[in-house]
Design a protein around this ligand. Sequence first.
Ligand code: SAM
Length: 224
Amino acid sequence: MSKLFLVPTPIGNLQDITFRAVDVLGKVDLILAEDTRQTKKLLNHYKINTPLQSHHMFNEHKSVEAVCSKILDGMTIALVSDAGTPGISDPGFLLVRTCVEKDIPVETLPGPTALIPALVNSGLPCDRFSFEGFLPPKKGRNKRITGLTEETRTMIFYESPYRLVKTLDELAIHFGPGRYASVSRELSKIFEENIRGTLSFLSEYYTNKPPKGEIVIVVAGRRD
Ligand code: SAM
């Protein structure tokens, strides 16, 4: 039966892909990819020849209807992003919502995403957590952080290396400099680093050692 598959892909280490993900990517009629050149490298590694089509945040509003028509006409299509799980700070939501509205079957494979290893590795409570994704760079940023001051669950933020120290400092202003946190950098890659400590310690650490690569910040919730 035709359907949409959402297929998670590695966040660094190419071995972090499931047997089922490789199987599905090899069997579908078409793969929608955020960056076709990036996905081509993954497909070449696994000797997959499925046709690729571009699907990213700048064209997804236009293309969702056409994609749904293809599935309704009998095609089975997979959506991947550059890394991790589609829909998690990546395109995916719009297409899934449209498929759901049209009664098109959707199946999301379990697999890589940056937030879960960062959370589990942080040593902070992971029984309940709030995934915050990227904070807005300017407009609405202060409101978003202020809205989290009462949050008692562990919070997870995606961040760029260029804004890491600024964000740690802002979080310290709102949550207090002594709030515990963890910064996971380059997860699953050769230079993976996990540094844990208070927000003020982490800010000083990364001021002295400006970070490179991809980053997840995990912050303890407010203690009751
Ligand atoms: N869809 C992805 C997922 O499931 O995690 C997230 C895509 S989002 C555009 C990219 C952000 O995810 C990066 O800026 C970083 O915050 C985080 N990220 C992705 N890969 C990472 C890695 N290997 N180590 C640390 N953070 C990573």
